[in-house]
Every structure is written in C-alpha cells, then in structure tokens.
Design a protein around this ligand. Structure first.
Ligand code: G6P
Length: 604
C-alpha cells in the first residue's frame, strides 16, 4: 500500500527519496512521485507504474547543498492510478503526501471550490494542501495553518507537508497510518511510513503515535499530541541490518522467503521450547486469568493461520475458540464478553480492519494479544500483550514465511495453554515439542521436489479453475494454497473442505477442473481419499499431495513419511507455495508485486 518518505539535509536528495521509496516498493503501488524544495523553488516529478519510470523522469535532476523533499508511492483508492492523481499534490506554493483516507474530503473540497480553489486530481489527499493554503492566508504562522488544517480532517492519515512559506521545514502528522521520524547526528531529519525506508540512513527513530503532529527542520523537531501539548522526544535506536532486505541470488523475494522458512522457524522457536513446556517470556500469566474463550481475528493469510489455530486451541487446550474475518467483525455488532481473550494476527501489524477490530475489543474491555511480525507496529503498541513471529522483513506480497511462523507460534501457544489448563498429558506436550523441533528440517526445501513442481506446473495453466481440498487443519491450508495461487497466477482457485465438495462444487468437475488434494497420512486419510475419489470418478484432473500412494490421481506429489499430521501440514505448505510460484512464473507474472495487491492494506 502507499509509502511515504521525507528528507531534510545536505545530501543529494533525489537519491535519498527514491532509495527510500524503493524500500517500500514491496508494499505495492501503482504510481510514485517526489517534490523537492530548494531556494524557494519546488521541483515536482510524478510517474505512473514502477519507480524506474520516476527515475527516468528525474535523470537530469540534480541538487547540491541543502534541500527539503517528500516522496510517495501510491496505491489508488480515490481516483485512478494516473499522474495527476499521484502524490505529491500541489497547491500554489506547497506540496503534500498522504497515506490513509480523508473521510470528509468531499465536504472540504466543496467548501474550497466555493472559495475559488481549483482541484487537479480526484484524490481525497489534494484537499489537505489547499486547506493548508487557505488557512495560511489568515494564520499567524505556517505551523498554525497546518494545525488548523489538521483540526478539520476526519479519517486516517500520515501526512508530510512542505511549503515555500516555511522553507527549511517539513510539517508532519499521524493518525491511524504509520509514520516514523528519524535523525542521524549529521544534521539530517528523515521520515518514513515504515522503518524499512530509514534503515542505513539514520540511527535513531521515533514511532509517532496517533494524534501526534509537529514541525521539523534539520536541527530541530517539535512534537505535539492530540491535545496540543508538547511531547518529549524519545528516540530509540534503529537496527542497521539491511541484509534481509536483499534477494540473495533468488529469482524473487517470494522464492527467497520460502527457502528462508527453515531459518526463520528456528528463530521463532528459539528460547520458547522447554523440555516439557512452552515459554513465552513476553506473556504475563495474568493475561489468561478468567479467560474461557479465545476469539481470533485477522485478514488474508493471517486469517488462515487463525483458522488453523482454532483447531489446535480446541483440540489441545480445550478452550472455546472462534475465528473472525476482521472486516466482518467490525460491523456485525459482535457480542463480546470479558472472559474472552481477543487475539489478532497480522504480519504487518498495520492492516486497517484488524487494527480497528483490536481497538473495538480494547474499548469493550477485553484482554488483547497480537501475534505480529513487526515490532513497534500499531497493533503491537496497542495490544495488552504481543508475541513476535520473528520472520524478518517479508517483501513478497504473497505471504509465505510470515504464515509459517504464525502457525508455529499458534501451535506453541496451544501447547502452553494446554500445560496451564492441564488438558494434555505431559508426555503428549513433550511429544509435540519434539515435533516442533523438527520443523526447521521439515520445511527445508528439497531441490528435487522443487524441480518436480517446476516441471509439473506446465500442466496446470489452462483449466477453468482449481479446487484445493483438505480436512481439519488441511482445510485452512487448502484455503491458503488457493489464495497463494490466486494472488500471483491470477487463475481462479478456491479452497474447500473435502467433505463439502459433494454439496455443490462437484458440479464443476470435468477434466478442466484441477483438484489439488491434500491427503495427509495422519489426519482423516480415508475420509479425504473417498472425497478425492468422488472427484476423480467425475473426471476432474487430480493432483494429490501425500506421503502415501494414490492411484486415482493424474499427478502425485510425494511428501515424506512423518510421525504427525502437523509435520505433514508444514511440508505440504511448502509444496503449495512453490507450486503456485512455478505456475505464476510460467504465466510471466510479477511474482513479488502482483497486480492490484498491496502488502500492507492500511485502508478498509
Ligand atoms: C494483504 C496482503 C496479504 C495479507 C493481508 C493481511 O492483503 O496482501 O498477504 O495476508 O493483507 O495482512 P497482515 O499484515 O495483517 O497479516
């Protein structure tokens, strides 16, 4: 989704802004732009499509000495992805970039039009810069004009505004969309909507809170809260590690991230596995006091991880568990009781619907826990407690290693609860801890298997659709397999519980319907097998994934024999990820930045 960068200092600004935007590229965007203010003059560049187009447009633009600038990658919400709608948006003498949505923009726009203001774009963002200039006419200072502008805005935003009326300055504000401010002791101030844009450029940062706003120069930063009280600047160190952000020889970030799963799962397990119990040092035991129910809430891939957890929590911890899609939960007036632990799952920690659901649960007085991959993200800061998944930066829009670490954490959590609630024998907890220890080896990509999937993929390009089917936790895995394929291949795919196919979907069965059947040895093998046979009998093309032979399949992907269905789950997860990727590669698609998708969806 949209990305923001800002810079005040003496270095060549174009490179700094575009480099910063490149670090945010993985979030997904369809146009980009920068504005630089130097010697009272603005230079503005915008381009649709990828950053390379913006680089082309700016190739003859150089600055020396002090300047101020802002940059943006836009993922269209209000108005098509055109150059006019790309940020920065300009007034007579000011420029703005914005993430989020200004909900009352139409009302503000009407008012400004009546005042004779001419709008160039269809965006909600443009009202900000015109409103600022409108207030500038009467305000005592440009900063006053900025604060008066903020007071009129409803909705969510992260804003950077630069004006020739305050030459060496960036005005900034955050409400509901992330914004980070950094400095580096070299007389530079930087901004980013994610810390990825700041790594290597500054060594300390402040993660702004909702309602905070302020004004920055190269030397000074003034920060205020929503009540207009000055806020003390509390910088925290920013990691210098950029290595994880590179492709390291893989063709795509997605591929690198699938191959990384072994290492990141090791990291996720580290320090958390005892001999016969699980340790989450970050959790206070009081979090679970008086809790009789768990409600899991998430979007997309994280929602599928939540579904897996609902099986494990009820099976292992004997606790009532429900799962909610965040965008539904928000508006269905849910009945919430104080004995419910509300757990949100999110790779980014910024997904708007999940974040709002978390706010709702907090407001209703529920205890809250977030399982998240990004420390200091909005959800981590908001929830009562958090468990970090330690997957490292995930750049591929199609989530892989984040899902793997989420399920690992949730499995561990189910065992921790089982221990606390004495719902599993210690020997069983020990057995499962042993299984968890085998996961890094389980998900290590077998090159021969990858090669088989590469060859097989050519046979799955032309059907009229895919059904991924499975039972128990293999049902959410089937949903996730279908989602992966949809996201990057643009082929139609659905995930279904195998037993449900006969209640309608089987009507679609013919040779052009590809069934990807998850047939684990250790969970309902015979039941699932019968369901697949029903499809095979109706001539659907079957690709079975199983450690056991299955002679009714057209293609068979053999997984290893293992001791437990959860181990099979993780092995099949890798197969589905690579299979989707190889199909999408054959179709010539952009694997890391699929069309229409964004890594972090910060609008509802
Ligand atoms: C977007 C991404 C998905 C992701 C979902 C939830 O749609 O493209 O890959 O699963 O958001 O994101 P979260 O960061 O909350 O896990």
């Amino acid at each position: 989704m949209c990305g923001i960068v800002g810079y005040i200092g003496n270095k060549p600004i174009k490179e700094i802004l575009i480099d910063g935007l490149r670090e945010l590229e993985y979030r997904g965007y369809d146009s980009a732009g920068i504005a630089v203010l130097q010697n009272h003059q603005f230079s503005l560049f915008k381009a649709i499509g990828k950053l390379i187009n913006l680089e082309e447009k700016t190739k003859n633009f150089e600055t020396t000495g002090f300047s101020v600038g802002i940059g943006h990658t836009r993922w269209a919400t209000h108005g098509k992805p055109t150059e006019l709608n790309a940020h920065p948006h300009v007034g007579e003498n000011s420029c703005v970039v914005h993430n989020g949505i200004i909900e009352n923009y139409q009302e503000l726009k009407n008012m400004l039009i009546q005042q004779g203001v001419k709008f160039l774009s269809q965006t909600d963002t443009e009202v900000i810069v015109h409103l600022f200039e409108y207030h500038l006419r009467t305000a005592a200072t440009p900063f006053d004009a900025f604060t008066q502008t903020l007071k009129k805005l409803k909705g969510s935003y992260a804003i950077l505004l630069v004006s020739a009326s305050a030459d060496e300055t960036i005005f900034f504000a955050k409400n509901g969309s992330p914004m980070i401010l950094g400095r580096n002791g070299e007389g530079e101030t930087l901004f980013g909507s994610s810390d990825a844009a700041l790594i290597g450029k500054c060594h300390e940062v402040i993660y702004l809170e909702d309602g905070q706003y302020g004004v920055a120069t190269a030397q000074t930063i003034a920060l205020y809260d929503q009540f207009n009280h000055a806020v003390e600047l509390r910088f925290i160190p920013l990691s210098e590690n950029k290595l994880s952000a590179q492709k390291e020889g893989f063709r795509f970030f997605m591929e690198k991230e699938v191959y990384e799963q072994s290492r990141v799962i090791s990291d996720t397990l580290m320090g958390r596995l005892g001999d016969e119990r699980i340790y989450f040092e970050e959790l206070d035991a009081t979090l679970f006091e008086g809790i009789n129910e768990i409600k899991l809430c998430a979007c997309g891939t994280s929602y599928h991880a939540a579904m897996v957890a609902s099986y494990l929590f009820e099976r292992h911890s004997k606790i009532r568990t429900s799962v909610e899609i965040a965008s539904e939960f928000r508006y269905r007036e849910p009945f919430l009781t104080h004995d419910t632990l509300f757990v949100v799952i999110s790779q980014s920690g910024e997904t708007a619907d999940t974040l709002e659901s978390l706010k709702m649960a907090k407001k209703a007085g529920l205890k809250t826990l977030v399982i998240c991959n990004v420390d200091n993200s909005s959800m981590v800061r908001l929830a009562d407690a958090s468990i970090l998944t330690r997957a490292g930066i995930e750049k591929g829009v199609a989530s892989t290693k984040a899902f793997a670490t989420q399920v690992s954490v949730l499995w561990m959590l189910s065992l921790m609860l089982a221990g606390m609630r004495k719902t599993l024998e210690t020997t069983e907890i020990k057995r499962q801890i042993h299984l968890l220890r085998t996961l890094p080896a389980t998900v290590k990509v077998d090159e021969a298997l990858h090669e088989q999937l590469r060859r097989l993929s050519k046979r799955y390009l032309n059907g009229h659709g895919f059904f991924f089917i499975g039972r128990d936790v293999f049902f959410p895995l089937a949903l996730e397999g279908a989602l992966k394929l949809k996201e990057i291949s643009y082929l139609h795919a659905e995930g279904y519980p195998s037993g449900e196919m006969k209640h309608g979907p089987i009507a679609l069965a013919d040779p052009g319907l590809y069934t990807i059947a998850l047939l684990p040895q250790h969970k309902l093998y015979d039941k699932t097998k019968s369901n697949v046979e029903e499809l095979s009998a109706r001539d659907s093309t079957i690709c079975s994934i199983s450690p056991l032979d299955f002679n009714k399949a057209d293609d068979h992907i053999r997984t290893k024999l293992s001791e437990d269905y959860m181990v099979e789950f993780f092995e099949m997860m890798v197969v589905l990820q690579l299979f989707s990727m190889e199909i999408a590669i054959r179709l010539g698609n952009d694997i890391d930045m699929p069309r229409n998708l964004a890594k972090s969806v910060t609008v509802e």
